[in-house]
Structure formats: structure tokens, C-alpha cells
Design a protein. Structure first.
Length: 237
């Protein structure tokens, strides 16, 4: 291993191949968790008594160590990527559910009344009005879940080459190669920073009514439009 990015053959991937594996194993569970959390959160908004038990179950599942999850799942999914991704998707629910519920509940009642008067049914109102207005809270949760998932993927090295860049950490300790350890740690940190930066850009694009800085000396209430108005206008279009 003469080059800095030379990887032991037992990992069966190049360095950039491990990056691709790491991203796939970390981002797909976050996407699955978000898709699952949207209807769950809507139920919690409509049935307020359901929120506490749902959040309690999600918190209990989040408290289960990933290794224990692996032990249970290996009998069903084997030593595969799926064994790593299922716990990560479950862990993301404890972030997504409260973020979506709080965001949707923050929508003003007059905005919902206006949407209803315009003929929006519950589903259309949820998708076209409530979710866009709740986008800042949802993306904030998405940032936390994404960075957490990118860091937790490395635990997959415990079940055999399913830890993305975490596999380098394992091999670095086995072969006494600090270079591999640094490649793993720095690579994971860079991926997390880049993913977070991308989500910040996405938030800026999806929420043009949010403040961009402090250059405007006017009060915040005067410097930005009411978020409900752009969302309703977009929904009508």
C-alpha cells in the first residue's frame, strides 16, 4: 500500500467505492425514515393523544444499541446492507416525527381556514400548505438525521464489510495502519459536512421567505413576508 488511497484487498472496494457504499447505506435509510414519518406525523397531528405513545416507542427503539439490532436482524437479512440500513431508518423516526409534528402544528389556524375555503381537502392541505410551511423544521430534522446516519454507518463493520468507510477503521486497527484510520475518520467527517451543506442550500431554495442574514436593518417582522402567503400562492398555482 504505497499510495495514500490504497485500500487492502479484503475490503473488495476502492476508497471511492467505499464512499459510495457509505452514502448508500446512510442516505437510503434517512429517505425511508422520512417517507414513513410523514403519515405517522399526520396521524399524530390529527389524533393528539397518539403523539406521546408514538414518540415514546420511537425513543425506546432509538435507545436500543445498533449491535443488538444487528443480532436480531442477521437471522432474517443476513450480513447484508439491509441489516445496517433498517436500524438507521428506525433511529431517524425519533428525529423526524417530532420535527414534522411541531412544524405542522405551527401553521396558523387562519392559514388552514383559508386553504379549506379554497376547496383544499385534508390530504391536499397537508401536502400543499402545511408541509411547505413546516419545511424549515422538517429540514432541520433532516440535517440531524442525515449527519447521525452518516456517522452510525461505520458500526456496520461489525457484521463484515458493511460499514462503508468504517471498514477502513477496522482494517487500520487490524493491520496497524494509522493512515487507514485517518482516511476513515476524515472521510466520514467530510461526508457529513458536505451533506449538511447541501441540505442548507435546499432549505434556502425551498424557503425563500426565511431570513438570509442581518444586513437588513428593518425589524424581522417587516423584513420578511408571512410564510403562509407564499405557500398558499404556490399551492394555487
Amino acid at each position: 500500500m504505497n499510495g495514500i488511497f490504497d485500500i487492502p484487498s479484503d475490503l473488495q472496494h476502492s476508497y471511492f467505492g467505499l464512499i459510495g457504499l457509505h452514502l448508500r447505506e446512510s442516505l437510503l435509510p434517512v429517505l425511508a425514515g422520512l417517507v414513513a414519518a410523514l403519515p405517522i406525523a399526520q396521524l399524530c397531528v390529527r389524533l393528539r393523544w397518539l403523539y406521546a405513545p408514538v414518540l415514546g416507542v420511537a425513543t425506546v427503539l432509538y435507545a436500543i444499541p445498533s449491535l443488538a439490532f444487528f443480532v436480531v436482524l442477521i437471522d432474517y437479512t443476513g450480513q447484508t446492507e439491509l441489516t445496517v440500513m433498517i436500524p438507521l431508518a428506525v433511529y431517524s423516526l425519533v428525529v423526524f416525527v417530532p420535527a414534522i409534528v411541531d412544524g405542522v402544528r405551527s401553521v396558523p389556524e387562519e392559514t388552514l381556514a383559508a386553504a379549506t375555503a379554497m376547496g383544499f381537502g385534508p390530504v391536499r392541505r397537508y401536502v400543499l400548505v402545511q408541509l411547505p410551511i413546516a419545511a424549515p423544521a422538517i429540514i432541520a430534522g433532516l440535517r440531524v438525521a442525515t449527519v447521525s446516519s452518516i456517522s452510525l454507518v461505520s458500526v456496520g463493520m461489525l457484521i463484515g464489510n458493511q460499514g462503508g468507510l468504517g471498514n477502513l477503521l477496522n482494517d487500520g486497527m487490524i493491520y496497524h495502519q494509522p493512515r487507514l484510520v485517518w482516511l476513515s475518520v476524515i472521510g466520514t467527517a467530510v461526508l457529513a459536512i458536505l451533506a449538511d451543506a447541501v441540505l442548507v442550500v435546499v432549505r434556502l431554495l425551498l424557503t425563500p421567505w426565511m431570513p438570509r442574514g442581518t444586513r437588513d436593518a428593518r425589524p424581522a417582522a417587516e423584513a420578511r413576508p408571512e410564510p403562509a402567503a407564499p405557500a398558499l400562492e404556490d399551492a394555487v398555482r
